[in-house]
Design a protein around this ligand. Structure first.
Ligand SMILES: O=C[C@H](O)COP(=O)(O)O
Length: 237
């Protein structure tokens, strides 16, 4: 499969950021990877319209585990599909920190698949867990409880201590964890790495064994920078 280079804009963006889709298309007209932008949900529709006819896919940053109904503030996976999304991030550590459990992450991933979205299921350990030598067991336990029972999905390994900190896991740390994840889940899902991925470290990270792509936060807000990460991708893994 191609590597997946995914932008998580988090809570950043304005209506005119749809122009960034055109800018990215101009910078990466013929990507060797799958390219995805996950904007704040109010921008999903306009970005999807701008991305029509381009290789760029649009995704949500979360979805509800429920069907449409009385769930104030939640986003229905079916609505994301209607707006043109094809992927959705679930279980990001910034949502797990707000109390999202593995059980909910699994239910969200299954609802997403049921509605035709490809979920990216996020897992990762804290610094305290890594320093206690628990990183692999924490992540494999999260996988066991969060992954959907069936269907196509991707995984993003994001060590919490590397998110937005400028501190990146070493290639050795990444290789060890991605091998453990592959061993736990078998062949199939791509295993993305996330956590301070930027143009300067993208080549090394994307060539690390079992790395199926990158989930990029800060460096995805600027298309020059994000395009350089896309250019570092490998076409087949
Ligand atoms: O979803 C993206 C990750 O949280 C990584 O964010 P970052 O690239 O700003 O460290």
């Amino acid at each position: 499969m191609k590597q997946l280079i995914a932008a998580n804009w988090k809570m950043n963006g304005q209506p005119d950021w749809a122009d960034k889709v055109s800018a990215l298309t101009a910078l990466v007209p013929d990507p060797s990877c799958d390219l995805l932008i996950c904007p704040p949900h109010p921008l999903v529709g306009s970005l999807a319209i701008t991305a029509e006819g381009t290789p760029i896919k649009i995704g949500g940053q979360d979805c509800s585990e429920y069907e449409a109904g009385a769930h104030t503030g939640e986003t229905d996976a079916a609505l994301l599909v209607t707006l043109g999304a094809t992927y959705v991030i679930v279980g990001h550590s910034e949502r797990r920190a707000a109390g999202e459990t593995d059980t909910r992450v699994k239910a969200k991933a299954e609802r997403a698949i049921n509605q035709g979205l490809r979920p990216i299921v996020c897992v990762g350990e804290s610094l305290a867990q890594r320093e206690a030598g628990e990183a692999v067991s924490v992540v494999t336990n999260q996988l066991e409880a969060s992954l959907p029972a069936s269907g196509d999905y991707d995984i993003a390994y994001e060590p919490i201590w590397a998110i937005g900190t400028g501190r990146t896991a070493t290639a050795g740390d990444i290789a060890q964890m991605h091998a453990a994840i592959r061993n736990a889940v078998g062949s199939g899902p791509r295993i993305l790495y996330g956590g301070s991925v930027k143009p300067a470290n993208a080549v090394e990270i994307l060539r690390t064994p079992e790395v199926g792509g990158a989930l990029v936060g800060g460096a995805s807000l600027d298309m020059e920078s994000f395009s350089k990460i896309a250019h570092a991708a490998i076409s087949e893994r």
